[in-house]
Ligand binder design. Structure first.
Ligand code: ADP
Length: 222
C-alpha cells in the first residue's frame, strides 16, 4: 500500500551538502507493523516525514494507493495526509489552550467540515478508548506525559487513517506509560487493521512489530 522507491534527500550545510537518505526502497503492506530502528542521525525521522507526505525528497517516489505523493499538488497531498494518514510524535504537539477533547476533534473539524455533534461524540468515544474519558475537559498541562500522548493518539485516529506514522512515540515517557502506549498502538493494528510505521529506539516496540528494519547512515539494512 505504501511503496517507497529510491528516495534520496540532502541538506545544505555550511560545511557542505549532507546526503541524509541514500537510495531508500521499502514496501509496506496494508495492516503491517514496521519498526525502523537505528542510531541517531541515521535518517529515520527524515524518512518517516517523507513517507508521510510531509517533506519532499530530492529524488525518488512515495506511492500510496496508486498515487505518487510528490507528483500531486500540495492541496491533494494535504488531503491524503489529513484524511488517510495519522501522525504521532515524541512531543505531543497538543494545543495548550484547548481541552483534550477539543485537541482530538480539531483535525476532523478543520479537514472534513464535519458535523460538530457527530465529531464530538466520536471524540468522546476515542478518549474513552485511550482510557481518558474522565480527562476530556482537561488542558494538556493538567495531564501527565503518558496521558498527553494518549490524547495525541486519539487525535491521530479521529479521521480513521489507514496509516499511522509514529516517531519515537514512547521517547518521552516512563516505561509504564510507554507500555500503555505500545499496547494501544498494537490493539489498533489488531482490531482496525491500521498500518503502523514506527521509528523507535524502544526495544519493546521493535519486538512486537511484524518487521524490524535497521537503518544506518542513510540506508536500510535488509
Ligand atoms: P534520525 O531520526 O535517525 O536520528 P534524522 O532523520 O533526524 O535522523 O537526521 C538525519 C541527519 O540529517 C542528521 O545528521 C541531521 O543532523 C540531519 N538533518 C535533519 N534535519 C535537518 C535539517 N532540517 N537541516 C539540516 N540537517 C538536518
Amino acid at each position: 500500500m505504501l511503496n517507497v522507491l529510491n528516495i534520496h534527500k540532502h541538506y545544505d550545510h555550511p560545511a557542505g551538502k549532507v546526503h541524509v537518505l541514500k537510495g531508500i526502497d521499502l514496501l509496506v503492506k496494508s495492516g503491517e507493523v514496521v519498526a525502523i530502528v537505528g542510531p541517531s542521525g541515521a535518517g529515520k525521522s527524515t524518512l518517516l516525514h517523507i513517507m508521510g507526505g510531509l517533506d519532499r525528497p530530492a529524488q525518488g517516489q512515495v506511492q500510496f494507493e496508486e498515487e505518487d505523493l510528490y507528483r500531486l499538488n500540495e492541496k491533494k497531498r494535504g488531503q491524503i495526509r489529513n484524511l488517510k494518514f495519522g501522525f504521532i510524535f515524541q512531543f505531543y504537539h497538543l494545543l495548550p489552550e484547548f481541552t483534550a477533547l477539543e485537541n482530538v476533534i480539531l483535525p476532523a473539524i478543520i479537514d472534513k467540515n464535519a458535523n460538530f455533534d457527530a465529531v464530538k461524540t466520536k471524540g468522546i468515544l476515542l478518549l474513552d478508548k485511550v482510557g481518558l474519558s474522565k480527562r476530556s475537559e482537561h488542558k494538556p498541562h493538567e495531564l501527565s506525559g503518558g496521558e498527553q500522548q494518549r490524547v495525541a493518539i486519539a487525535r491521530a485516529l479521529i479521521n480513521e487513517p489507514k496509516v499511522i506514522f509514529c516517531d519515537e512515540p514512547t521517547g518521552n515517557l516512563d516505561s509504564e506509560s510507554g507500555n500503555g502506549v505500545i499496547d494501544l498502538l498494537m490493539d489498533l493494528n489488531k482490531n482496525n487493521k491500521q498500518t503502523l510505521v514506527i521509528v523507535t529506539h524502544d526495544e519493546s516496540i521493535a519486538k512486537r512489530s511484524h518487521r524490524v528494519i535497521p537503518m544506518r547512515d542513510g540506508k536500510l539494512e535488509k
